[in-house]
Design a binder for this molecule. Sequence first.
Ligand SMILES: [Fe+2]
Ligand SMILES: [Fe+2]
Length: 264
Amino acid sequence: MAVAVLNTADGRAKTALSRGYAAEWFAARDAGVDVEIGAATPPDFPARPTHPELLSPRDVPRRKPGTPEGRAAILHAVAHIELNAVDLHWDLIARFGHVPLPIGFYDDWVKAADEESKHFNLMCDCLEANGSHYGAMPAHAGMWKAAEDTTDDIMARLAVVPMVLEARGLDVTPGMIKIFKQAKDQQAIDALEVIYAEEVHHVSYGSKWFHFLCGRENIDPKPLFHDLVQTHFHSQLKPPFNEEKRAEAGIPPDFYWPLADGTA
Ligand SMILES: [Fe+2]
Ligand SMILES: [Fe+2]
């Protein structure tokens, strides 16, 4: 199932498949079916649509957030992140199938993949309501880099993807919501509020399973987290941090502050 999602190029088709499989997974779990994880080889790169055109971050044109074009660019960028997140969660499930983990690990990441699929669709709906669509403007290339950099280490994957990248989403989403409040775009406000509430869980799943794996190996989580982020994530973390939401997600300040850019 994970590989089928990864190999589907079209965004709406990918998320429809993802949501269907998640429903199947939870129906089986609720029915008490003894599910098997199985083994699969995920692709090096997930299939993606021919549009958006993928550009190096410095070549993606910047638009003023106070304009309709600027707001459309924000929605487009978030849609792109969400589509990448769908693939990241299914990739985590398929790529580390050889690591013995409790079934709850899969429950969490199937749920996260399902929610990312919903988030992508919400962003597409907002774009389409504004006469645009996903693929109408260029998007960042290199979003898959975090996956490539952590293909052989599940601890590194959990440290970099949910505990750094998705935690960053918690820092920046309130600012985006403010922009759409100023524009009185209720559809975008509602969609971003859903994303903001649900992303806390994805970060918490990362922290939970990172700590679980550390505990199983009797490793001190904090120095390992610092070490893995410094090795596999190629820049410093950007303050200001959303300390309250990060705490809610199980990421304490002494995990991220020592990795911060220009730490005072
Ligand atoms: Fe999301
Ligand atoms: Fe997420």
